[in-house]
Ligand binder design. Structure first.
Ligand SMILES: [Zn+2]
Ligand SMILES: [Zn+2]
Length: 276
């Protein structure tokens, strides 16, 4: 059956593959479509669509993954089929980028206090074009400097929630993210619910326009996949799946490889039908 992977990152945020390379790898893996869902940026979409158009029968979904805050937790909201040229949407993303840069500064400051010196320009060097930089890039620098041996170690010791250099800034709420996505004619889906402790949020988001739930994600246990599929049924949400592919750093894949979580291609029709 034809399958699509609805969660992938590129060099426009903290992935290591260019948008074209994501498409090419997806085709090599036998997928029939992927969504490009970079953190708070649409910068990779045009290149990805251009590449996808060269391959008949392959569909690239223009998407985004918006970082939000709810009760001190980092909550990610995916948006599919967004109108990525919508001016109001683009100016919202600019605001989000300035918050992200503020958070990066706070993290670097904390690392500095721990005796780990990373200059802002080192982080800037990781930026591709108009894309953004974040914790994934800081983790990469920590590896390059030999402070840690792996990405998971960087998050376990420094960058993960509650760890030594963790920082959190004021952020929009998941409900606001849903609104931003809907205003850009997109379809909002809650990303990887299994990595939060916030199931009570799901009914509230449904009342505010949530359309889908990412039931299958590499960080979910089999029990969680079953649990979220059941919740999706209960709340009439579309069940999505994605690998959260970020490419490779030091030969390691972060989250999953392309296609490690996927859904049948007919899910795309269901999502499209939910556009305004
Ligand atoms: Zn995420
Ligand atoms: Zn992601």
């Amino acid at each position: 059956m034809k399958q699509v992977d609805l969660h992938t990152h590129t060099t426009a945020s903290d992935g290591t593959f260019s948008p074209s390379e994501n498409i090419q790898r997806a085709i090599a893996k036998g997928l029939n479509g992927i969504a490009i869902t970079d953190h708070d940026t649409i910068d990779g979409i045009e290149e990805a669509l251009f590449e996808a158009n060269k391959h008949e029968g392959f569909e690239c979904v223009p998407g985004i993954e918006i970082s939000t805050l709810y009760n001190g937790q980092d909550i990610h909201v995916l948006g599919f089929y967004i109108d990525y040229k919508n001016q109001a949407f683009l100016s919202k993303l600019k605001e989000l980028a300035s918050v992200r840069n503020k958070r990066n500064k706070m993290i670097l400051q904390k690392l500095n206090e721990l005796g780990i010196h990373i200059h802002e320009s080192e982080l800037e060097d990781k930026r591709h074009g108009e894309g953004n930089v974040g914790r994934g890039h800081i983790a990469e620098i920590l590896m390059e400097k030999g402070v840690v041996n792996s990405l998971p170690e960087a998050f376990d010791k420094y960058l993960g929630k509650g760890k030594a250099a963790f920082a959190i800034t004021e952020r929009i709420s998941p409900i606001e993210a849903i609104q931003i996505i809907r205003d850009a004619n997109g379809v909002p889906v809650l990303a990887h619910p299994g990595i939060y402790d916030a199931d009570e949020l799901i009914p509230e988001l449904c009342e505010n326009g949530l359309v889908g739930l990412e039931c299958c994600h590499p960080d979910h246990t089999i029990e969680q996949v079953t649990h979220y599929k059941k919740l999706a049924e209960d709340y009439s949400l579309i069940k999505t799946a994605g690998s959260d592919f970020h490419g490779f750093r030091n030969g390691e894949v972060f989250h999953g490889d392309l296609g490690s979580c996927s859904v049948p291609i007919n899910v795309l029709e269901k999502l499209k039908n939910k556009r305004k």
